[in-house]
Design a protein around this ligand. Structure first.
Ligand code: DGY
Length: 328
């Protein structure tokens, strides 16, 4: 029997691809930094039975029409908003993703940018480098306290809970908003479930970790930003489109909130002339929540394992639409 064909849309460490190489003919896009152009992707998926993709690849109806043999799409990400899951399900295609392994690194990065914003780390470093550090002055580079303040988490999933757990060390009060209460996470973190309006009004740090769905698109818009405290900082490590960026620029420029610390953007990469980058109270980093060598290797390995499992007829560990899998 001929081996299945697999396309991997970005160069990944060869040792991690072994489980796929052992069972399939594997084609790997040779670039690590640059995404496979859409036209190449559409052309190459034709004879493939499995795809290992990144969040930069849009897996939509158009692409699936070009890939009639595909049985599984495995993404090296926890978020799968770049994949049309209902369309995959309709075609019997399993969608796998990589939850769990990136939780702690993403929570670490969330705290890194929250603290960098609250304590003005980038501005401070710039002042030192540019010779703008003169005498010690009472309010030079004065930021916001973190300890003892109120943290509001929008979406207490795995990452949200890991963020909340870290807040215990800072003696913070934690609120969370989301469609349902999470009693076990509450017990572990002391977080309290409140309506979004209350969270926005009370929190000193509003952290977005919710997944992007039609129901969460622009969850934070003009009205929500207007409810936030003037000293509050918005931190987004979920997806850019959770927040209306035009409204955010307005709120930041008018000083209606203290600042924003952003790892994700509606359009990535963020254009260097984007209005957000003209604002001194914005910290922007390039979608690096899970970017540690250890975590990215774990994500790649999990994405590989998911794809290999489906091709071997086994149940993958993390399938978004398990209804398409053969009954076990
Ligand atoms: C994800 O996995 O969805 C992140 O955004 C990238 O780590």
């Amino acid at each position: 029997m001929s081996r299945p064909r697999v396309l991997i849309t970005r160069a990944l460490p060869a040792d991690l691809l072994q489980p796929l190489a052992a069972i399939a003919e594997v084609e790997v896009w040779p670039q690590e930094v640059t995404a496979m152009p859409r036209a190449d992707l559409l052309r190459r998926v034709g004879g493939c039975h499995g795809l290992l993709v990144l969040l930069t690849d849009r897996i939509d109806r158009d692409l699936l029409d070009n890939a009639p043999l595909v049985r599984a799409v495995s993404t090296m990400a926890v978020g799968y908003d770049h994949i049309d899951v209902p369309e995959c399900t309709k075609r019997g295609i399993a969608v796998c993703h990589t939850p769990g392994v990136l939780t702690e690194s993403t929570a670490d990065l969330c705290w890194a940018i929250l603290m960098a914003s609250a304590r003005r780390l980038y501005a401070g470093q710039q002042a030192v480098r540019e010779g703008a550090w003169h005498d010690w002055a009472p309010f030079f580079m004065a930021g916001q306290d973190i300890h003892g303040r109120t943290l509001g988490i929008v979406g207490l999933g795995r990452i949200g809970e890991a963020v909340a757990r870290r807040a215990l060390g800072f003696g913070m009060r934690t609120l969370y908003a989301g469609p349902s209460r999470k009693p076990e996470a509450e017990a572990r973190t002391g977080a309290r479930h409140v309506p979004l309006e209350e969270l926005l009004a009370q929190s000193d740090f509003v952290v977005l970790t919710a997944p992007l769905r039609p129901s969460t698109h622009h969850l934070i818009g003009r009205g929500e930003l207007a409810r936030m405290r003037p000293e509050a900082i918005l931190v987004n490590v979920g997806r850019g489109a959770l927040c209306d960026e035009d409204a955010l620029v307005e709120a930041l420029a008018a000083g209606r909130i203290w600042g924003a610390a952003l790892d994700v953007f509606a359009t990535e990469p963020l254009a260097p002339d984007h209005p957000l980058l003209a604002l001194p109270n914005v910290i922007a980093v390039p979608h690096i929540g899970s970017a540690t060598v250890q975590t990215r290797r774990a994500m790649a390995a999990l994405a590989v394992a998911g794809l290999a499992d489906v091709l071997l007829g086994k149940r993958p560990q993390h399938c978004v639409n398990p209804e398409v899998l053969p009954a076990s």
